[in-house]
Design a protein around this ligand. Structure first.
Ligand code: MG
Ligand code: ZN
Length: 170
């Protein structure tokens, strides 16, 4: 049997990009990478982890922006990464909001993680989730993925370095 992959899951807003600019980030000009993100992602790739972003985008259900806006933003984001030699395996987003309709994919729901695990043959026990919200960590831990809580909009590299998981950056 083929060996399973290991992955690092990442929340988007507050972890990858600065979300102090606006509550809902959907304009390209509002999308600013947090410090240390490129350096951190490069370390993870070098260690053989797949990179997968899992993000709640309830603004879609609330009609603040559309799926097209999200896809456009994600293309922009992936282009920035690729210019820096960094490749994401996937970005999964939940377009729902509990005030509009319930779903299984909005974190702390686990459906998006389960999809990624199935699509990429991932071993949860060898994988991590980096998030700035308790919901990110709860979702991951339901599936035995190790959660790494970081401060919002801080230098991601420095934040991870402070945790028990600093070995991921070595
Ligand atoms: Mg967040
Ligand atoms: Zn959902």
């Amino acid at each position: 049997m083929k060996e399973l992959n290991k992955a690092i899951f990442l929340d988007r807003d507050g972890v990858i990009n600065d979300n102090s600019i606006a509550y809902y980030i959907h304009h390209l000009e509002d999308f600013k990478l947090n410090d240390g993100v490129l350096e951190t992602l490069r370390c993870f790739l070098n260690k053989g982890y797949l990179l997968i972003v899992i993000t709640n985008q309830g603004g879609i259900a609330k009609k603040q922006y559309t799926i097209l806006n999200v896809n456009e933003l994600h293309t922009y984001f992936k282009n920035i990464l690729e210019e820096n030699g960094i490749y994401l395996s996937a970005i999964y987003y939940c377009p729902h909001h509990p005030e509009i309709s319930k779903c299984l994919c909005r974190k702390p729901g686990t459906l998006l993680f389960e999809k990624a695990i199935a699509n990429f043959g991932i071993d949860p026990l060898k994988s991590y989730m980096i998030g700035d919200s308790e919901h990110d960590i709860i979702a991951a831990e339901k599936l035995n993925i190790k959660g790494i809580k970081v401060k919002s909009n801080a230098n991601l590299f420095e934040e991870i370095k402070k945790t028990a998981f600093s070995y991921l950056l070595e």
